[in-house]
Design a protein around this ligand. Structure first.
Ligand code: SAM
Length: 281
């Protein structure tokens, strides 16, 4: 895999950092949709320059490296901790700090275009009003027949996420989140597939959209908390002190139980809808 030194795209977006090691506790489950997305990239595309947007610890980037060993491959992410892990895992790939909301691949500056943008489980972290403009910006940077492949969790209405909002609306917590305004948690739902299609088709040759509902068998209710505590639950816990964090998690766990019945072996199914888009410029 070819790689070259490219400048850092600095980000001004203040974000508490991720924890790569804890995120990877469910690596097999989290990487499965990344593989499913990769499988739908048109086989006729043979990309020369690829960027993994929101590459995290490099698990999705590894899949791209396997499938396209001869392409120039870069990963970008807004988390220094995730990038550190990614660089250690894939020393031959260029990883850069940046913000997907205003990202421009540095290669463009020397006139070479990225022909595959790939983003697994990252775009949901942009604010709802930033997402479609960011998709369009990036799509416009692709050459004709270039591809943008994207997967995002679409679990806003699932009990795993609705119950977070329910706890957050309780008197004990709601003022803390209200003080955060638009930057607060809970602003993460997706438009309908028709709305997305209508917004993106004008800048694309084709837009393939679908959902897959995964049923992840986890070890029990605490495992659901462990899963979301490095992702969707993080923004709810971050503004709380240790005591309030503990109370939040206890109430959340209590509310989760009736929605996730125990299986015969003591496990639970975490139903996990995900939205996929493969857009061809
Ligand atoms: C759930 S992880 C996904 C990691 C990896 N792509 C995977 O397939 O598992 C989401 C990643 O998006 C990154 N992220 C969140 N907001 C971002 C932004 N505005 N710009 C770039 N990366 C961002 C996070 O730092 C995190 O590493």
């Amino acid at each position: 895999m070819a790689s070259s030194a490219i400048p850092t795209n600095a980000t001004s977006r203040p974000k508490p950092d991720w924890e790569a090691a804890r995120y990877l506790a469910f690596e097999r489950e989290r990487t499965r949709p990344a593989r499913d997305l990769l499988a739908q990239i048109p086989p006729e595309l043979s990309p020369k320059r690829i960027v993994d947007l929101g590459c995290g610890p490099g698990n999705s980037t590894s899949l791209l490296a396997e499938r396209y060993p001869d392409a120039y491959l870069a990963g970008m992410d807004s988390s220094p901790n995730m990038l550190e892990k990614a660089r250690a895992t894939l020393p031959n790939v260029t990883f850069e700090l940046g913000d997907m909301a205003d990202y421009t691949p540095p290669q463009l500056e020397s006139g070479l275009q990225v022909d595959l943008f790939y983003s697994n489980a990252a775009f949901q972290w942009l604010r709802a009003d930033e997402r479609v403009p960011a998709f369009k910006r990036l799509l416009r940077q692709l050459p004709e027949r270039g591809v943008f492949a994207c997967q995002v969790p679409d679990n806003f209405e699932e009990p795993s996420h609705a119950m977070m909002r329910q706890v957050a609306s309780q008197a004990r917590f709601r003022d803390i989140y209200a003080a955060q305004g638009d930057a607060g948690p809970g602003n993460r739902g997706w438009p309908t597939v028709s709305q997305l299609y209508d917004a993106l088709k004008p800048v694309c040759r084709s837009v393939d959209i679908w959902h897959t509902f995964y049923q992840h068998r986890l070890e029990g209710h605490q495992a659901i908390v462990d899963w979301v505590s490095t992702t969707g639950l993080r923004p709810f816990l971050e503004p709380l002190d240790e005591q309030l964090k503990k109370e939040f998690v206890e109430r959340y766990l209590e509310l989760l139980r009736p929605h996730y019945p125990l299986l015969v072996d003591g496990g639970v199914f975490l139903r996990f809808p995900r939205l996929f888009m493969v857009m061809v410029r």
